[in-house]
Design a protein around this ligand. Structure first.
Ligand SMILES: [Zn+2]
Length: 278
């Protein structure tokens, strides 16, 4: 197997980074080698296509397998008490679909998945192996993919957190069109704000606050410091967790992943080399 694993120093010494170069899929399910890593704890998966600078950088900081409710089980808060957080159940699934679609179009891209971190919150810590891997090589655009809980009001929420270089509304409109305008959306109005436009699948719009505004996310801020637009997407369980509860892609996740690839390419003004200058 070509996949390799490496080991960092304390306090991240339980994290193993995997440069994954094997097959990704067996139909809708993960290839067995990939499934093993996605169901493990403290594994950082890195998938690359082409060479840097990458057109697209995808990050999944809170992935855990579908039956896991929590991550960060061994993290302690400032008072020394356990501080677990909700797992983004199988959130890597739709990011893997997007990566596959970009790869198949020949787009240089990289996907970084932190599978079940137990000691720290990867995108709130720039020293984490996840953050270091995200920024190890240059890229044009960062999209962080999350899985929200079943009680959330909106199917999809998109925010730039504090990143001023990304146009969240424009990206949301491209993604909404690629998805066939069938879901209820929340889109951040301005960087640093919780205010959002809410778009319903039936066409009516309103204004409200985002539930998950990504204002604590340091990777989005670091991306701006490096001149990179960055967005944060929250997708409800329908996009991440198949009804049969297996670690595979759900039908909505397949649609979302493919639509993301399409929206990313439109957003970046990407033209296939075969098509010539556009
Ligand atoms: Zn998350």
């Amino acid at each position: 197997m070509r996949t390799v694993m490496t080991k960092p120093p304390a306090p991240y010494d339980e994290i193993r980074t995997i440069i994954y170069q094997d097959e990704l899929w067996t139909l809708r399910e993960y290839h067995p080698a990939l499934a093993d890593f996605l169901q493990a704890r403290d594994r950082l998966l890195v998938l690359r296509h082409g060479r840097p600078p990458y057109a697209v950088l995808l990050g999944v900081p809170h992935h855990a397998e579908v039956r896991e409710d929590y991550i960060c089980e061994r993290r302690l808060d400032a008072e020394g008490r356990p501080a677990p957080r909700d797992a983004d159940k199988n959130a890597a699934s739709y990011a893997l679909v997007a990566f596959t679609a970009l790869r198949d179009r020949g787009v240089p891209c990289k996907l970084v998945i932190m599978a079940h971190p137990t000691t720290h919150d990867p995108n709130k810590d720039l020293a984490s192996p996840y953050s270091r891997e995200l920024f190890a090589e240059p890229a044009r655009f960062l999209l962080e993919c999350h899985g929200s809980g079943p009680h959330r009001r909106l199917a999809l929420e998109l925010s730039a957190g504090h990143n001023h270089l990304a146009d969240a509304l424009r990206f949301a409109q491209l993604l909404d069109a690629a998805l066939g305008r069938r879901y209820t959306w929340g889109v951040q109005k301005a960087p640093g704000s919780r205010d959002a436009w809410i778009f319903h699948g039936d066409g009516h719009e309103e204004e409200e606050a985002l539930e998950l505004s990504a204002l604590q996310t340091v990777t989005l801020i670091e991306a701006e410091r490096r001149g990179m637009p960055a967005l944060h997407l929250e997708a409800k369980p329908a996009f991440c967790k198949p009804a049969d509860d297996v670690n595979a892609v759900s039908p909505d996740g397949l649609l979302l992943g493919r639509a993301l690839a399409q929206a990313l390419l439109h957003y970046l003004g990407w033209r296939d080399r075969a098509q010539g200058p556009g």
